[in-house]
Design a protein around this ligand. Structure first.
Ligand code: ZN
Length: 245
């Protein structure tokens, strides 16, 4: 670092700056001519600090976006996959019932799940974990928002993505003049709604986990900030004592 006296050009970089009592500016008094000036940091340091802060913000935003994309993408993919095989709200209920009780029922045996019923259980477990993860993410990343707002945003996003997917499918079927399949799509929508509704309690289960994670994180962060502030105060007090002497 270089810092020269504004009056005589003496090198001041080796002199410790003392915060002035009024504004806390780092003041350096030139030993040669007694002119006081504030410590100047070359603009490049400020630029580096700003760049680092901007990078930190960008990384946080990117991580949040990727987490959201992963959770929402998995939810929508699983719902569409399950609804495609169930193809009716009743079968969707049957599949969930089978997943919870492990007892095969007519609904499952009559559906696309027939070939491999064991697969439903595995997919449902992944689905539950993704839903709990979504609940935890909502609260840990967006705990500053009202609870109902963040929960509403999540379900609006999932319903929106499902709507885009099914809308596109319905449109392409209409273009191909496969009018008979319109019935299938509305039943598939019903099944998708059942699976989506099934996630609600598990998203709710994730919410307190997220709140907890956020509290721990804030506690750690504020402890660090507190430590830093104490160090700074101590430093200033010792400087003031030196100046008084
Ligand atoms: Zn000077």
């Amino acid at each position: 670092m270089s810092h020269h006296c504004i009056s005589c050009g003496n090198d001041l970089s080796w002199i410790r700056a003392v915060p002035d009592p009024h504004y806390g500016l780092p003041v350096v008094v030139c030993p040669a001519c007694d002119v006081a000036c504030t410590r100047r940091k070359p603009p490049i340091f400020t630029a580096i600090r700003r760049f680092k802060a901007a990078r930190r913000t960008a990384v946080t935003l990117l991580a949040q976006f990727l987490t959201l994309a992963l959770l929402a993408g998995m939810s929508v993919t699983i719902i569409r996959g399950l609804a495609g095989d169930a193809a009716s709200p009743a079968t969707a209920f049957g599949a969930i019932l089978y997943g919870m009780t492990n007892r095969l029922n007519e609904q499952v045996l009559d559906s696309g799940f027939e070939q491999d019923p064991e697969m439903i259980r595995t997919i449902l477990v992944v689905f539950l974990l993704v839903s709990i993860g979504a609940g935890a993410w909502i609260r840990s990343a967006h705990g500053h928002l009202r609870l109902w707002v963040s929960v509403l945003c999540w379900f609006a996003l999932i319903i929106g993505l499902l709507g885009i997917g099914y809308g596109e499918e319905a449109l392409s079927r209409t273009m191909n003049m496969q009018n008979l399949h319109h019935l299938t799509i509305s039943r598939e929508l019903g099944a998708a709604a059942v699976f989506l509704f099934f996630t609600v309690p598990f998203v709710a289960l994730g919410l307190p986990l997220g709140t907890r994670a956020r509290k721990i994180w804030i506690k750690q962060y504020s402890a660090k900030a507190h430590k830093y502030r104490r160090k700074l105060r101590k430093h200033r007090m010792s400087n003031a004592r030196h100046a008084a002497r």
